[in-house]
Design a protein around this ligand. Structure first.
Ligand code: BGC
Length: 430
């Protein structure tokens, strides 16, 4: 079978963000940011206060870091040595869901079960020692409303999480109770932060002039240091929950996917850009080309990476991946088109993400012009997805012109763990 070329071109158009649209999105993002600073109800950005500023780089001591927010939950024991230096002394990690064995993220699971599972992992990280005192920093990567560094109430699950009994609760209370049930009273959770905040803390611990932290992975979100947050005396990091940015025009695949998602109508930007969703969007578009509209094949962002990486003339890898998921054996010409389609979806993602970064940079305008600054990013899409990084750079130049020379992006690998430890240390400075 050969793809209908007209339909193919039409689908590619749907996934294209041209230069004009890119500018409009960046400007709209900045507008929402400004409105949100006045009153979050006026904006599609939640603008959540973190109650933490930037570290000095001199934070020291041994802390526990809990990183909870993706497919794996991790607990680390980290020693901060100051001068931006640190050492991971122990690291334990487990998936929150193992097909057919257990599932702590589906709606059939409860808060108690989930936090008991996490408490067991904490116990492993401290080698069952229930005497030595530890402060624990908790990176909790979901929209949460804070009133101080300790209290974070989950507003709404994202990334298709659905565990019952967590929304509306103070997550560190749930954690504390679970630790207590297992006799782990020597571990005291003292700080909870979003993963974007963790990335920013981790990057700023090592390198000055970093004011923006972002996650570009299963989910997507960005935070930045707001000099005038809530007229606070000290600058504070705001978690924008930029994945919820709404001023975008979703195409028919975005709309159809959203309707069947766990939270229809939520997280428009995230559903258009993040690793959790890109494979699904690609699968929906491919289904139309294969005359099987509505079929879901279960493509992942890893499949998309592998498709783009196949530069061979016969596109054998593309053919294999598509056949494995759809049962259709495509000829080389169609495999080329599949690769083009995947590229379009990744490029759209990178351009939308960049537009949000530039919206923030424009808001911090004075800083860009005066000195070099870094956007710290962690996440598998940024780190591993072909085309992502180069298209971020391209879109930065397109939007910032000469000023793009003052901005770079840096990979802050594993920032969620280090950032949590730094937050635990900073909880003692307040
Ligand atoms: C969450 C954010 C988080 C991002 C990256 C989103 O789904 O709402 O809080 O920062 O994922 O993990």
């Amino acid at each position: 079978m050969a793809f209908d070329k007209e339909l193919f071109d039409d689908i590619c158009r749907e996934f294209t963000v041209d230069g004009e649209a890119l500018h409009t999105i960046a400007a709209d993002f900045r507008y929402d940011l400004k409105q949100g600073l006045k009153d979050p109800d006026l904006s599609s950005l939640r603008m959540l206060k973190s109650y933490v500023g930037l570290p000095t780089g001199e934070e020291k001591g041994e802390y526990l870091a809990l990183d909870f927010g993706g497919t794996n939950v991790r607990v680390l024991r980290i020693r901060l040595d100051g001068h931006g230096k640190f050492e991971v002394l122990k690291k334990v990690a487990k998936p929150l869901r193992v097909e057919g064995i257990y599932d702590y993220v589906g709606e059939g699971s409860t808060a108690e079960q989930m936090f008991d599972f996490i408490a067991e992992l904490v116990d492993e990280a401290i080698d069952g020692d229930h005497t030595k005192k530890y402060l624990l920093g908790h990176t909790f990567s979901f929209p949460s409303e804070q009133t101080n560094l300790y209290d974070a109430k989950l507003i709404i699950w994202t990334k298709e999480f659905a565990t019952a009994g967590v929304e509306g609760k103070v997550v560190n209370d749930l954690l504390k109770e679970a630790l207590h049930r297992q006799g782990i009273d020597n571990v005291e959770p003292t700080a909870v932060i979003n993963d974007t905040v963790a990335v920013l803390l981790a990057a700023a611990y090592k390198q000055p002039d970093t004011y923006i932290g972002s996650i570009y992975a299963t989910g997507h979100n960005t935070c930045y240091l707001e000099p005038f947050a809530d007229k606070a005396e000290r600058p504070m990091i705001l978690n924008l929950e930029s994945g919820g940015f709404m001023k975008l025009v979703p195409n028919r695949f975005d709309v159809a996917f959203d309707e069947h998602s766990e939270k229809p109508g939520e997280q428009r930007l995230e559903k258009m850009v993040s690793g959790r969703y890109m494979g699904e969007l690609f699968g929906m578009a491919l289904a139309e080309l294969l005359g099987e509209k509505g079929k879901a094949y279960g493509f992942t962002s890893i499949d998309m990476s592998n498709i783009v990486l196949d530069e061979s003339p016969d596109k054998a890898e593309v053919q294999k991946i598509v056949a494995g998921k759809t049962g259709h054996k495509l000829d080389t010409a169609d495999c080329e088109l599949v690769r083009d389609l995947v590229s379009k979806i990744i490029v759209r993602s990178a351009r939308l993400v960049t537009a949000s970064y530039v919206g923030i940079l424009w808001q911090l305008d004075g800083q860009i012009k005066s000195k070099q600054q870094h956007i710290a990013i962690d996440g598998s899409v940024y780190e591993k997805m072909p085309l992502a990084k180069e298209n971020i750079m391209r879109a930065l130049s397109e939007l910032l012109g000469e000023d793009a020379a003052h901005v770079d992006t840096v990979l802050e690998n594993g920032g969620s763990g280090l950032g949590a430890a730094i937050a635990a240390a900073m909880s003692q400075q307040q």
